[in-house]
Write a protein that binds this ligand. Sequence first.
Ligand SMILES: *[C@@H]1O[C@H](CO)[C@@H](O)[C@H](O)[C@H]1NC(C)=O
Ligand SMILES: *[C@@H]1O[C@H](CO)[C@@H](O)[C@H](O)[C@H]1NC(C)=O
Ligand SMILES: *[C@@H]1O[C@H](CO)[C@@H](O)[C@H](O)[C@H]1NC(C)=O
Ligand SMILES: *[C@@H]1O[C@H](CO)[C@@H](O)[C@H](O)[C@H]1NC(C)=O
Ligand SMILES: *[C@@H]1O[C@H](CO)[C@@H](O)[C@H](O)[C@H]1NC(C)=O
Ligand SMILES: *[C@@H]1O[C@H](CO)[C@@H](O)[C@H](O)[C@H]1NC(C)=O
Ligand SMILES: *[C@@H]1O[C@H](CO)[C@@H](O)[C@H](O)[C@H]1NC(C)=O
Length: 790
Amino acid sequence: MLLPFLLLLTLAVARHPSEDSKDVLRYINPLIGSTNGGNVFAGASRPYSLAKAVADVNGQNTAGFATDGSNVTGFSLLHDSGTGGNPSLGNFPLFPQVCPGGELDRCVFPKNKRGVRYANNNNNNNDSVVARPGFFAVELEGGIRAEMAVSRRAGVFRFTFPDDEEEEEEGSPLILLDLTDLWDSRQNASMVIDEENARITARGTFLPSFGAGSYRSYVCVDFFGGGVRDSGVWVNDRAGHSEKEEFFVTRGFNLFYVQAGGWMRFRRADSSEPLVVSARVGVSYISSQRACENAEREIPDPVGGFEALREDAEQEWRGKMSAVSVTAGDGVGEGLLRSFWSGIYRTMLDPQDLTGENPLWESEEPYFDSFYCIWDSFRVQHPLLTIIDPRAQARMVRSLLDTYKHEGWLPDCRMSLCKGWTQGGSNADVLLADAFVKNLTGIDWPLAYEAMVNDAENEPLEWSFEGRGGLQSWKRLGYIPYLDFDYLGFGTNSRSISRTVEYAYNDFCVATLGRALGRDEEEYQKYLGRAGNWRNLFREDQTSFVNGTDTGFVGFFQPRYLNGTWGYQDPIACSALAGSWCSLTDNPSETFESSVWEYQFYVPHDMKSLITTLGGDDAFIARLDFFHESGLADLGNEPVFLTVFQYHYAGRPGLSAARAHSYIPSRFNDTTAGLPGNDDSGAMGAFAVFAMLGLFPVPGQNVYLIMPPFFAEVSITHPETGQTATIRNVNFDAAYASMYIQEARLDGEVYTRSWIGHEFFTGGGLLELVLGEEEGDWGTAEEDRPPSLV
Ligand SMILES: *[C@@H]1O[C@H](CO)[C@@H](O)[C@H](O)[C@H]1NC(C)=O
Ligand SMILES: *[C@@H]1O[C@H](CO)[C@@H](O)[C@H](O)[C@H]1NC(C)=O
Ligand SMILES: *[C@@H]1O[C@H](CO)[C@@H](O)[C@H](O)[C@H]1NC(C)=O
Ligand SMILES: *[C@@H]1O[C@H](CO)[C@@H](O)[C@H](O)[C@H]1NC(C)=O
Ligand SMILES: *[C@@H]1O[C@H](CO)[C@@H](O)[C@H](O)[C@H]1NC(C)=O
Ligand SMILES: *[C@@H]1O[C@H](CO)[C@@H](O)[C@H](O)[C@H]1NC(C)=O
Ligand SMILES: *[C@@H]1O[C@H](CO)[C@@H](O)[C@H](O)[C@H]1NC(C)=O
């Protein structure tokens, strides 16, 4: 009797694992960052999958859906997560409706007219939206319910039309397919409707959302449930039947974007019952046939197998989370746990594994897309994957190198098979150096070095989307000049300060790998020399005023002309304090998306020299404090990340911990508006995760800065070596009164350094941190500070 009972219980737990209190999936809320500019993808996804199903809205729809109260215009399967700028992907949306009175013309076809509210969307915390790892559901006003689950390259949208006793035969439910994407970038598209087999296939040419060129996308939709009543095409406001075998649509003229697509209507067996129509959607970048094959292979039973598909996705997510385990500690709120686990989850949405779906070249190597953008992701997203999913990270690195091999350059940004715009340096160099110092396996290091040297030495014609610009000046003068004269290649001739500090760090990364690969000393010294180029833009006597008051800080990076004469950029320009924003196209300046104040701290390889340059430890700390407390720090963008923890370099690791607590949870929390800026493929999430973990990475170096975790204890088991690294707080209290490390022990031995290397993760160990309410001596000594060049 006992045995079957136990078995049943196990089954029950397996069937509803999200109700198990030990299951970390219950802490994952995909809606965190779904408004307030977080732009996260909130729908159903697998780790790194191409298929990402969600409802698309007409508000903040960069990633399809947002909880900003805007209306649903469709349901589609291709998305990115956390990006800024133009809405990304959202190709070939489906939209369900019932035509009033059974008249086709009374259905609404164009996207700009058909938007409908979802139920209860005035209250973000109480509406019909259900968002879980691998599952998304919403009910539209009027009662049509949509639920979705995905495999890797296909998904199922299950639409339930409410019963309608009154309904005439002609009023049967309709689902349209729109030959467009989220930002209406379609250049042309074509579609074939196979009514007999309830199938629509389509292909189209679209534009990448932050890049050059165009790409083709393919879809295959099969409908199940409800017999097909009739089908046809629609163009702008009108729909009808069509005699043509293949329907082709162009772009239209200027503002008159042609809105067009296909539709199918379905029969109800019984009008007193709700009608369920499941749309199985396969996607591909190769062909429509491939899109159909992807769907047939991955989801053979879209109707009966829906729950299994959902559970399989949950199981996959659970597996990805299993490297990490947390003992929260008495009194720690669930909000922190939700931020933590959801942050990890969001780092595994993009880049997307498109291996086998790359039409551009033949290769045995993996192909990942949606590196969107490396300028954002090299700092913390990729370093987090390196710890918890090193296999995936190694495959991403191989994909970058294969892209270099076939396209001639490492990407800085890449989406939809196209080259994306470069924001600063050639930061794939940092990503590669980071992978090297952390011993990722299976990577062709000589090829990596060749690709990095290519960035450092050769200027491409279009450095707006690959390599670096201004290399003649860089080599001759040691900085990127303000208003550079450059006839070798072309890009937006701005950002001379931020490019200088980023190129300097990129060259440090070239030096790191070159030395390890045994390149000659002269070559090593050359790149090390260039790594010091940040000094050439430091203007010793530059002051900074806020509101007409001198801040008292002297010495800042400033723009410099070719002839060596200083130019001028107000050190607070491009910050919220100056009320200005500087991007590639919006008010382009000598710093990108941040002020001189913020870039002043970006010398990650030589903090010791920087601190000396800025007047020593106390002056440096006063400057960091002013930066964080005056409104100059822009928490919503990635360049700020390291500044939160740079107190370590001045021998005050306790201040890094205090600073982290001042931002979490006040700026990073578990609400739908809980991210301070674009999540950028999980960068914001990874920042919060590392801060709460108590180890913050300095990308490109084998260095993690140590702080007390926000939890009593955190463990990470390396997925390849199987070794477990545990960080344990001694004297932990959930109010964080004791947030200062007094003493540390590694495997029982006294540990005085304020940083640790990646060997901790690969080899495992126990790091115990004894906490107290006052800053102690731990980590203050010169020799215990994190490494610097000098
Ligand atoms: C959303 O739809 C409602 C009707 O359902 C309409 O009143 C409202 O203006 C729409 N809002 C937007 C942003 O489209
Ligand atoms: C949620 O909405 C329903 C229906 O509008 C209402 O009955 C219920 O009280 C609401 N619950 C909360 C917690 O606001
Ligand atoms: C579709 O548009 C693309 C990009 O503009 C173009 O290269 C292609 O020739 C077009 N296809 C057709 C059939 O017109
Ligand atoms: C250097 O160039 C700048 C910009 O053209 C000019 O204003 C400045 O006078 C020049 N300085 C010298 C010393 O020629
Ligand atoms: C500058 O002035 C504004 C408006 O008076 C004020 O809110 C802000 O705190 C001031 N900032 C500093 C750093 O003094
Ligand atoms: C949560 O974070 C957001 C974004 O930074 C912030 O605006 C909000 O005030 C925070 N909420 C709480 C309760 O701290
Ligand atoms: C990388 O491998 C080398 C050689 O086996 C070893 O000495 C080093 O400790 C490893 N580094 C890490 C971060 O695991």
